[in-house]
Design a binder for this molecule. Sequence first.
Ligand code: SAM
Length: 205
Amino acid sequence: MSATTHTRQAYGVTSLTSRHPDLRHLKKQQTEPSIHGNKLWGSCYLLMEYLQKNPLQDGARILDIGCGWGLGGIYCAKTFNASVTAVDADAAVFPYLNLLAEHNQVAITTSVKRFEHISQKEMSRFDVIIGADICFWDELAETVFHLIDRAIGADVGKIIITDPQRPPFTQMAERCVDEHYADLLAIETSEPRRFTGSALVIENN
Ligand SMILES: C[S@@+](CC[C@H](N)C(=O)[O-])C[C@H]1O[C@@H](n2cnc3c(N)ncnc32)[C@H](O)[C@@H]1O
């Protein structure tokens, strides 16, 4: 089997289809992620679409929150030579993130942490915060809004959260538009297939 069998390319990053032997092997060995971090979600491609049109500075320091399999951060490391820290509440996502990072030949720092426990001081070490599909339960609207508040207090330069427009995200995003001068943009991808949704963007200058 060639190296490209059961892989997919989009936005210059490689992902693995469910039939890829490395992924099958990992799924047999690992505990299944339990907070929806069990696959790559379309919103990570919405993030890449936004970033392709609005590139980040080379070498930016990025915090990928609710990273899951981490493809958004991997894209940033590969495309912008970014230094990426990926955090998630569920440690079971990291073997998948590490596998994809290996296939993309980038290194990502990982940390198990809940949104509620990421402090303003920790966030002050980053230029940009990214997140894809992280506001999917009602209670997460409040949690993510407060995280964004702390990020603004920490002088993080830019915050970008993409979503397929789930109601808790929309509620949180509209509050950010009212209180933090955020932009809410419609986004659509054509690769690896069509995904639609929004990007919440806060420029904190
Ligand atoms: C729908 S998945 C999206 C994963 C990834 N961003 C993507 O686009 O493929 C949501 C992720 O958020 C994580 N998550 C959920 N609640 C969290 C919390 N309170 N703190 C940190 N991570 C959380 C889950 O473990 C999961 O990996």
